[in-house]
Write a protein that binds this ligand. Sequence first.
Ligand code: FAD
Ligand code: DHB
Length: 393
Amino acid sequence: MTTIKTKVGIIGGGPSGLLLSQLLDLKGIDSVVLERKSREYVLSRIRAGVLEQGFTDLMREAGVGERMDREGEIHDGVVISDNGVEHRIDLKGLTGGDTVMVYGQTEVTRDLYDAREARGGKVIHDADNVQPHDLTTDAPYLTYEKDGETHRVDCDFIVGADGFHGVSRKSIPADQIREYEKVYPFGWLGILSETKPVNDELIYARSDRGFALCSLRSQVLSRYYVQVPLDDKVEDWSDERFWDELKARLPEDVAARLETGPSIEKSIAPLRSFVCEPMRYGNLFLAGDAAHIVPPTGAKGLNSAASDIYYLYHAMIAYYDEGDASGLDSYSETALRRVWKAQRFSWWMTSMLHQFPYHPEFEQKMQETELDYFLGSEAARITLAENYVGLPF
Ligand code: FAD
Ligand code: DHB
């Protein structure tokens, strides 16, 4: 068995794990990232597209903001349409200057991989059967298998950044954590197409036929979603059927100018709210999707991961530079306070904009009134805007 020694052993080479290892490296703190899949596989996953300002600032601090600043699009507003009527939320005006950046998770991850490679960072792909050990001691370690051999990583801390289905959270004894979960009775069917986006800004569309979202990755790459029943399969949805359904949920003028084309990716994602408390067990710290999941409405998944990394990074710097463990001790509480606010916003946006099967008439009326109130009240629009651009870290 070969053994590597490092300060921080990170499970998961998604955006959370890579961003943390890059930030720590710039402060001289060594880490090793163990990723189960290949780099190509990780980069083939089409996920989030909207970055909060706090996230983009962290990318710049990590020295990986250059391409993002060149190729990403700053968005000053978003559109919410309610059965064909468009309402613009002026994010910048309502928040006193805050905006969001449209730059895909794939690109974020690619930039982070390139930066780790350029600095000689240790990112080990195709690491099978990663297992954390001795979590409640001062000498935790990881084992993994690669090329038919077992390897060991000795470290001070382990960070579980291995997503919802990873091994980290599952390594915590069940009586030491509490899990909160809500599963929604629908999913999102998403497609990527090499077409000009239908609108300069994102459109979140509520309609009697169900929710739809018009998003984008660039001026030549569109990302669209429609709400679908949970048991629908991708095979049920030809491109033609997708475009027809999307158009039927959008305002008429938007539908009329929608450019259609073949999809280059098509997938269905279930919608779930999930939080694990606390986000620490001994010397294992959970971050990102390993600890919490939101339904995608409101674009908070990746951004919540980034705020965990911000807190963890600062806590680790204080520990290594000054021997101050207080940030590590309060990490879970601090991170969860913001996590729950992102949960609330995502749950609320989801509840307000989707059609729910078996919704009693009264609930339906409340949903319509909620949206009517929010679109009509300046105070309410400010609330929506400050959450959408992201609460401060
Ligand atoms: P992940 O990106 O999941 O990264 C975890 C990494 O750990 C993965 O690379 C995985 O291969 C690796 N891993 C897992 N298990 C192990 C193991 N045992 N050993 C080693 N490595 C392991 N958010 C939005 O804001 N908007 C969206 O549109 C959106 N769409 C999404 C669609 C899907 C299908 C999913 C699953 C998520 C989506 N999200 C979206 C959420 C967003 O992508 C996540 O919040 C974000 O990826 C979290 O980053 P992470 O690094 O914490 O986790
Ligand atoms: C995207 C996804 C979201 O969930 C969202 O709220 C905004 C944009 C996207 O994939 O582009």
